[in-house]
Design a protein around this ligand. Structure first.
Ligand code: SF4
Length: 368
Protein backbone atom coordinates (compact mmCIF):
# COMPACT_ATOMS: atom_id res chain seq x y z
CA UNK A 1 0.00 0.00 0.00
CA UNK A 2 1.34 3.40 -0.93
CA UNK A 3 -0.14 5.48 1.86
CA UNK A 4 1.77 5.97 5.05
CA UNK A 5 0.33 5.90 8.53
CA UNK A 6 2.15 8.99 9.78
CA UNK A 7 0.50 11.33 7.28
CA UNK A 8 -3.17 12.12 7.62
CA UNK A 9 -6.10 12.26 5.27
CA UNK A 10 -8.19 15.42 5.15
CA UNK A 11 -11.91 15.37 4.39
CA UNK A 12 -13.89 18.53 3.68
CA UNK A 13 -17.67 18.39 3.67
CA UNK A 14 -19.55 20.76 1.37
CA UNK A 15 -23.09 20.66 2.73
CA UNK A 16 -25.20 21.74 -0.25
CA UNK A 17 -27.09 19.85 -2.96
CA UNK A 18 -29.33 20.92 -5.81
CA UNK A 19 -32.05 18.62 -4.45
CA UNK A 20 -32.33 15.62 -2.17
CA UNK A 21 -32.06 12.13 -3.66
CA UNK A 22 -34.56 9.65 -2.33
CA UNK A 23 -32.09 7.23 -0.78
CA UNK A 24 -29.57 9.69 0.67
CA UNK A 25 -28.58 9.90 4.32
CA UNK A 26 -25.72 12.38 3.96
CA UNK A 27 -26.17 15.82 5.43
CA UNK A 28 -26.85 18.63 2.99
CA UNK A 29 -28.90 21.80 2.75
CA UNK A 30 -30.80 22.69 -0.36
CA UNK A 31 -28.83 25.08 -2.52
CA UNK A 32 -31.70 27.58 -2.25
CA UNK A 33 -30.45 28.20 1.31
CA UNK A 34 -26.90 28.82 0.17
CA UNK A 35 -27.00 32.61 0.55
CA UNK A 36 -28.23 32.46 4.10
CA UNK A 37 -25.70 29.80 5.17
CA UNK A 38 -22.57 30.53 3.16
CA UNK A 39 -20.89 33.05 5.48
CA UNK A 40 -21.72 31.02 8.57
CA UNK A 41 -20.31 27.91 6.94
CA UNK A 42 -17.15 29.73 5.86
CA UNK A 43 -16.55 31.31 9.27
CA UNK A 44 -17.16 28.06 11.11
CA UNK A 45 -14.81 26.24 8.79
CA UNK A 46 -12.19 28.87 9.51
CA UNK A 47 -12.65 28.38 13.22
CA UNK A 48 -12.33 24.61 12.93
CA UNK A 49 -9.18 25.02 10.83
CA UNK A 50 -7.67 27.37 13.39
CA UNK A 51 -8.23 24.72 16.04
CA UNK A 52 -6.49 22.00 14.04
CA UNK A 53 -3.72 24.23 12.74
CA UNK A 54 -1.82 24.01 16.02
CA UNK A 55 -1.56 20.24 15.76
CA UNK A 56 0.87 20.64 12.86
CA UNK A 57 -0.29 17.50 11.12
CA UNK A 58 1.14 16.59 7.74
CA UNK A 59 -1.42 15.42 5.23
CA UNK A 60 -1.16 12.94 2.41
CA UNK A 61 -4.64 13.07 0.88
CA UNK A 62 -7.44 15.59 0.49
CA UNK A 63 -10.99 14.55 -0.27
CA UNK A 64 -13.72 17.11 -0.90
CA UNK A 65 -17.15 15.53 -0.63
CA UNK A 66 -20.67 16.32 0.36
CA UNK A 67 -23.29 17.16 -0.39
CA UNK A 68 -22.39 18.15 -3.89
CA UNK A 69 -19.22 20.27 -4.10
CA UNK A 70 -20.21 21.45 -7.57
CA UNK A 71 -23.61 22.70 -6.48
CA UNK A 72 -22.03 25.85 -5.01
CA UNK A 73 -20.64 28.68 -7.16
CA UNK A 74 -17.11 28.05 -8.42
CA UNK A 75 -15.97 31.30 -6.80
CA UNK A 76 -17.13 30.11 -3.38
CA UNK A 77 -15.50 26.71 -3.86
CA UNK A 78 -12.31 28.64 -4.62
CA UNK A 79 -12.71 30.58 -1.38
CA UNK A 80 -13.01 27.50 0.80
CA UNK A 81 -10.18 25.69 -0.99
CA UNK A 82 -7.95 28.74 -0.46
CA UNK A 83 -8.89 28.82 3.18
CA UNK A 84 -8.08 25.15 3.73
CA UNK A 85 -4.78 25.39 1.84
CA UNK A 86 -3.72 28.48 3.76
CA UNK A 87 -4.32 26.94 7.18
CA UNK A 88 -3.01 23.40 6.90
CA UNK A 89 0.17 21.81 5.68
CA UNK A 90 -0.95 20.29 2.37
CA UNK A 91 2.43 20.45 0.63
CA UNK A 92 2.90 16.68 0.81
CA UNK A 93 -0.55 15.75 -0.42
CA UNK A 94 -0.29 13.28 -3.30
CA UNK A 95 -3.97 12.66 -3.98
CA UNK A 96 -6.64 15.34 -4.15
CA UNK A 97 -10.13 14.04 -4.90
CA UNK A 98 -13.42 15.78 -5.27
CA UNK A 99 -16.94 14.45 -5.59
CA UNK A 100 -18.95 15.96 -8.43
CA UNK A 101 -22.39 15.33 -9.77
CA UNK A 102 -22.75 15.06 -13.55
CA UNK A 103 -24.69 18.28 -13.88
CA UNK A 104 -22.69 21.49 -13.61
CA UNK A 105 -19.29 20.12 -14.62
CA UNK A 106 -17.71 22.77 -16.81
CA UNK A 107 -14.37 24.19 -17.85
CA UNK A 108 -14.14 26.93 -15.23
CA UNK A 109 -14.73 24.34 -12.49
CA UNK A 110 -12.09 21.96 -13.85
CA UNK A 111 -9.62 24.81 -14.35
CA UNK A 112 -10.03 25.77 -10.72
CA UNK A 113 -9.60 22.18 -9.57
CA UNK A 114 -6.49 21.73 -11.67
CA UNK A 115 -5.03 24.95 -10.28
CA UNK A 116 -5.46 23.50 -6.78
CA UNK A 117 -3.82 20.25 -7.86
CA UNK A 118 -6.85 17.98 -7.89
CA UNK A 119 -5.94 14.75 -9.63
CA UNK A 120 -8.95 12.55 -8.95
CA UNK A 121 -12.65 13.10 -9.63
CA UNK A 122 -15.44 10.99 -8.26
CA UNK A 123 -18.70 11.30 -10.15
CA UNK A 124 -22.06 10.31 -8.68
CA UNK A 125 -23.44 8.34 -11.61
CA UNK A 126 -25.46 5.65 -9.72
CA UNK A 127 -26.95 4.10 -12.88
CA UNK A 128 -26.76 4.40 -16.65
CA UNK A 129 -30.49 3.73 -17.01
CA UNK A 130 -32.74 6.79 -17.17
CA UNK A 131 -35.84 5.36 -15.52
CA UNK A 132 -33.70 4.12 -12.60
CA UNK A 133 -32.18 7.56 -12.19
CA UNK A 134 -35.66 9.03 -11.99
CA UNK A 135 -36.69 6.39 -9.47
CA UNK A 136 -33.71 7.29 -7.28
CA UNK A 137 -34.55 10.98 -7.49
CA UNK A 138 -31.41 11.90 -9.39
CA UNK A 139 -31.43 15.04 -11.50
CA UNK A 140 -29.19 13.85 -14.31
CA UNK A 141 -29.75 11.48 -17.22
CA UNK A 142 -27.48 8.67 -18.37
CA UNK A 143 -26.35 10.86 -21.25
CA UNK A 144 -25.43 13.68 -18.81
CA UNK A 145 -23.27 11.23 -16.88
CA UNK A 146 -21.54 9.98 -20.04
CA UNK A 147 -20.91 13.54 -21.17
CA UNK A 148 -19.50 14.52 -17.76
CA UNK A 149 -17.07 11.60 -17.66
CA UNK A 150 -15.93 12.24 -21.21
CA UNK A 151 -15.52 15.95 -20.53
CA UNK A 152 -13.28 15.34 -17.49
CA UNK A 153 -11.23 12.85 -19.50
CA UNK A 154 -10.88 15.30 -22.39
CA UNK A 155 -9.73 17.94 -19.91
CA UNK A 156 -6.88 15.65 -18.90
CA UNK A 157 -8.24 14.06 -15.72
CA UNK A 158 -7.68 10.36 -16.12
CA UNK A 159 -8.20 9.22 -12.54
CA UNK A 160 -11.97 9.06 -12.42
CA UNK A 161 -14.20 7.12 -10.08
CA UNK A 162 -17.89 6.59 -10.56
CA UNK A 163 -20.33 5.58 -7.83
CA UNK A 164 -22.95 3.01 -8.75
CA UNK A 165 -25.93 1.76 -6.77
CA UNK A 166 -27.37 -1.73 -6.82
CA UNK A 167 -30.04 -3.88 -5.20
CA UNK A 168 -32.80 -1.32 -5.23
CA UNK A 169 -36.37 -2.09 -6.17
CA UNK A 170 -36.96 -1.61 -9.85
CA UNK A 171 -33.47 -2.65 -10.87
CA UNK A 172 -33.14 -5.87 -12.80
CA UNK A 173 -30.25 -8.17 -13.59
CA UNK A 174 -30.35 -6.85 -17.11
CA UNK A 175 -30.26 -3.14 -16.25
CA UNK A 176 -27.46 -3.74 -13.74
CA UNK A 177 -25.43 -5.57 -16.38
CA UNK A 178 -26.05 -2.71 -18.77
CA UNK A 179 -24.82 -0.16 -16.22
CA UNK A 180 -21.66 -2.14 -15.47
CA UNK A 181 -20.91 -2.65 -19.16
CA UNK A 182 -21.31 1.05 -19.76
CA UNK A 183 -19.00 1.87 -16.84
CA UNK A 184 -16.32 -0.41 -18.26
CA UNK A 185 -16.74 1.08 -21.69
CA UNK A 186 -16.27 4.61 -20.32
CA UNK A 187 -12.73 3.67 -19.28
CA UNK A 188 -12.97 4.95 -15.72
CA UNK A 189 -10.23 3.78 -13.37
CA UNK A 190 -12.24 3.19 -10.24
CA UNK A 191 -15.78 2.01 -9.53
CA UNK A 192 -17.52 2.10 -6.16
CA UNK A 193 -20.61 -0.07 -5.94
CA UNK A 194 -22.96 0.49 -3.04
CA UNK A 195 -25.90 -1.69 -2.31
CA UNK A 196 -29.12 -0.10 -1.21
CA UNK A 197 -29.60 -2.82 1.40
CA UNK A 198 -26.85 -1.26 3.48
CA UNK A 199 -27.89 2.35 3.09
CA UNK A 200 -29.31 3.32 6.44
CA UNK A 201 -31.40 6.24 5.32
CA UNK A 202 -32.79 4.51 2.27
CA UNK A 203 -36.48 4.77 1.72
CA UNK A 204 -38.34 1.60 2.56
CA UNK A 205 -39.88 1.37 -0.86
CA UNK A 206 -36.50 1.51 -2.59
CA UNK A 207 -34.75 -1.17 -0.59
CA UNK A 208 -34.66 -4.66 -1.95
CA UNK A 209 -34.49 -6.95 1.05
CA UNK A 210 -34.20 -10.17 -0.87
CA UNK A 211 -30.76 -11.61 -0.03
CA UNK A 212 -30.79 -13.82 -3.13
CA UNK A 213 -31.18 -10.79 -5.37
CA UNK A 214 -28.32 -9.07 -3.57
CA UNK A 215 -26.05 -12.09 -4.03
CA UNK A 216 -26.98 -12.41 -7.69
CA UNK A 217 -26.33 -8.74 -8.42
CA UNK A 218 -23.11 -8.72 -6.40
CA UNK A 219 -21.80 -11.67 -8.38
CA UNK A 220 -22.71 -10.10 -11.70
CA UNK A 221 -20.68 -6.95 -11.14
CA UNK A 222 -17.85 -8.79 -9.42
CA UNK A 223 -17.39 -11.11 -12.35
CA UNK A 224 -17.75 -8.45 -15.02
CA UNK A 225 -15.41 -5.99 -13.36
CA UNK A 226 -12.76 -8.56 -12.52
CA UNK A 227 -12.72 -9.88 -16.05
CA UNK A 228 -12.13 -6.31 -17.20
CA UNK A 229 -8.99 -5.71 -15.12
CA UNK A 230 -10.62 -4.18 -12.09
CA UNK A 231 -9.49 -5.51 -8.75
CA UNK A 232 -11.80 -5.50 -5.77
CA UNK A 233 -9.57 -4.04 -3.07
CA UNK A 234 -12.31 -3.36 -0.56
CA UNK A 235 -15.70 -4.95 -0.24
CA UNK A 236 -17.46 -2.28 -2.34
CA UNK A 237 -14.56 -0.82 -4.30
CA UNK A 238 -12.83 -1.78 -7.52
CA UNK A 239 -9.83 -0.16 -9.17
CA UNK A 240 -7.46 -0.70 -12.04
CA UNK A 241 -3.94 -1.36 -10.73
CA UNK A 242 -2.41 1.74 -9.23
CA UNK A 243 -5.71 3.62 -9.04
CA UNK A 244 -6.83 2.59 -5.56
CA UNK A 245 -8.13 5.59 -3.63
CA UNK A 246 -5.50 6.46 -1.05
CA UNK A 247 -7.87 8.61 0.95
CA UNK A 248 -10.42 5.84 1.38
CA UNK A 249 -7.63 3.40 2.16
CA UNK A 250 -6.81 5.61 5.10
CA UNK A 251 -10.28 4.91 6.51
CA UNK A 252 -10.08 1.21 5.90
CA UNK A 253 -6.52 0.72 7.12
CA UNK A 254 -7.28 2.80 10.19
CA UNK A 255 -4.94 5.63 9.43
CA UNK A 256 -5.65 9.04 10.91
CA UNK A 257 -7.69 11.74 9.18
CA UNK A 258 -9.41 14.99 9.95
CA UNK A 259 -12.92 15.82 8.81
CA UNK A 260 -13.94 19.44 8.37
CA UNK A 261 -17.43 20.82 8.04
CA UNK A 262 -20.85 19.84 9.38
CA UNK A 263 -21.38 16.08 9.77
CA UNK A 264 -17.72 15.31 9.01
CA UNK A 265 -15.81 13.00 11.29
CA UNK A 266 -12.18 12.63 12.13
CA UNK A 267 -9.83 10.24 13.82
CA UNK A 268 -6.45 11.20 15.23
CA UNK A 269 -4.07 10.70 18.08
CA UNK A 270 -3.56 13.32 20.73
CA UNK A 271 -2.77 11.71 24.10
CA UNK A 272 -4.97 8.82 23.10
CA UNK A 273 -6.85 7.95 19.95
CA UNK A 274 -9.86 10.14 19.37
CA UNK A 275 -12.79 9.94 17.02
CA UNK A 276 -15.05 12.94 16.61
CA UNK A 277 -18.11 13.81 14.57
CA UNK A 278 -19.41 17.29 13.85
CA UNK A 279 -23.14 17.98 14.08
CA UNK A 280 -25.09 17.43 10.88
CA UNK A 281 -26.43 20.95 10.99
CA UNK A 282 -24.63 24.18 10.06
CA UNK A 283 -25.95 26.13 13.06
CA UNK A 284 -24.80 23.59 15.65
CA UNK A 285 -21.53 23.18 13.80
CA UNK A 286 -21.07 26.95 13.96
CA UNK A 287 -21.22 26.72 17.74
CA UNK A 288 -18.21 24.44 17.70
CA UNK A 289 -20.09 21.41 19.04
CA UNK A 290 -18.44 18.02 18.44
CA UNK A 291 -19.26 14.53 19.50
CA UNK A 292 -15.97 13.08 20.79
CA UNK A 293 -15.02 9.54 21.70
CA UNK A 294 -11.75 8.50 23.30
CA UNK A 295 -11.04 5.00 22.06
CA UNK A 296 -10.20 2.15 24.38
CA UNK A 297 -7.70 -0.45 23.25
CA UNK A 298 -10.51 -2.94 22.87
CA UNK A 299 -12.55 -0.65 20.64
CA UNK A 300 -9.45 0.09 18.57
CA UNK A 301 -8.89 -3.60 18.01
CA UNK A 302 -12.52 -4.22 17.06
CA UNK A 303 -12.27 -1.43 14.51
CA UNK A 304 -9.02 -2.77 13.13
CA UNK A 305 -10.55 -6.21 12.57
CA UNK A 306 -13.84 -4.90 11.23
CA UNK A 307 -12.22 -2.55 8.73
CA UNK A 308 -9.25 -4.55 7.55
CA UNK A 309 -10.89 -7.89 6.83
CA UNK A 310 -12.96 -6.13 4.15
CA UNK A 311 -9.84 -5.16 2.23
CA UNK A 312 -7.47 -7.32 0.22
CA UNK A 313 -4.76 -6.51 2.75
CA UNK A 314 -6.54 -8.33 5.55
CA UNK A 315 -5.92 -8.25 9.27
CA UNK A 316 -2.70 -9.74 10.66
CA UNK A 317 -3.35 -12.13 13.51
CA UNK A 318 -1.36 -14.77 15.36
CA UNK A 319 -1.19 -18.30 14.00
CA UNK A 320 -3.27 -19.95 16.72
CA UNK A 321 -6.15 -17.59 16.20
CA UNK A 322 -5.98 -18.00 12.45
CA UNK A 323 -6.28 -21.76 12.87
CA UNK A 324 -9.23 -21.31 15.19
CA UNK A 325 -10.94 -18.95 12.75
CA UNK A 326 -10.37 -21.39 9.89
CA UNK A 327 -11.88 -24.23 11.83
CA UNK A 328 -15.04 -22.21 12.55
CA UNK A 329 -15.49 -20.25 9.38
CA UNK A 330 -13.85 -22.47 6.77
CA UNK A 331 -14.60 -21.19 3.27
CA UNK A 332 -15.96 -17.85 4.44
CA UNK A 333 -12.51 -16.48 5.19
CA UNK A 334 -9.17 -16.60 3.49
CA UNK A 335 -5.79 -16.55 5.21
CA UNK A 336 -2.59 -15.59 3.46
CA UNK A 337 0.72 -14.40 4.94
CA UNK A 338 -0.88 -14.45 8.39
CA UNK A 339 -3.53 -11.99 7.28
CA UNK A 340 -7.20 -12.85 7.52
CA UNK A 341 -9.78 -11.47 5.14
CA UNK A 342 -13.23 -12.28 3.84
CA UNK A 343 -13.19 -14.89 1.08
CA UNK A 344 -15.20 -14.67 -2.13
CA UNK A 345 -18.02 -16.44 -0.30
CA UNK A 346 -17.51 -14.43 2.86
CA UNK A 347 -18.04 -11.02 1.23
CA UNK A 348 -21.59 -12.03 0.37
CA UNK A 349 -22.43 -12.40 4.05
CA UNK A 350 -19.87 -9.92 5.33
CA UNK A 351 -21.75 -8.67 8.37
CA UNK A 352 -22.41 -12.04 9.92
CA UNK A 353 -18.87 -13.30 9.23
CA UNK A 354 -17.43 -10.13 10.78
CA UNK A 355 -19.54 -10.59 13.89
CA UNK A 356 -18.44 -14.19 14.20
CA UNK A 357 -14.76 -13.25 13.88
CA UNK A 358 -15.14 -10.58 16.56
CA UNK A 359 -16.86 -13.07 18.88
CA UNK A 360 -14.22 -15.71 18.29
CA UNK A 361 -11.45 -13.24 18.93
CA UNK A 362 -13.04 -11.99 22.12
CA UNK A 363 -13.23 -15.57 23.36
CA UNK A 364 -9.73 -16.33 22.25
CA UNK A 365 -8.28 -13.30 24.04
CA UNK A 366 -9.97 -14.22 27.28
CA UNK A 367 -8.51 -17.70 27.11
CA UNK A 368 -4.95 -16.67 26.25
S1 SF4 B 1 -26.91 11.41 -3.00
FE1 SF4 B 1 -25.43 13.06 -3.30
S2 SF4 B 1 -26.52 14.53 -4.62
FE2 SF4 B 1 -28.08 13.18 -3.77
S3 SF4 B 1 -28.79 14.26 -1.92
FE3 SF4 B 1 -27.19 12.85 -1.30
S4 SF4 B 1 -25.30 14.03 -1.28
FE4 SF4 B 1 -26.85 15.19 -2.49
Amino acid sequence: VKCSKDKLGLYLHVPFCLSKCKYCHFYSENISNFQSFKELYWKSLKRELEFFKDFNFTFETLYVGGGTPNSIPVSFLARILELVHSQLNLGKVIEKSIELNPERINKSLLDLLKAFGFNRISIGVQSFVDHELRLLGRRHTAKDAERAIKFCQDQGIENINIDLLFAFKGQTQKTWEFTIHKAIQMDVKHISTYSMTYEKGALENLVNYNPDTFVKLFKIKDKLLKSNHFRRYEISNYAKRGYECLHNLKYWLRHYYLGLGPSASGFYRAESEIRYTNPANIKDYAQGKKWVEVLTEEKALTEEIFLRIRTIYGWKADKDFLELAKSHLGPLISVKNNALKLSEKGVLVADSVTLKILELYEDYRQRT
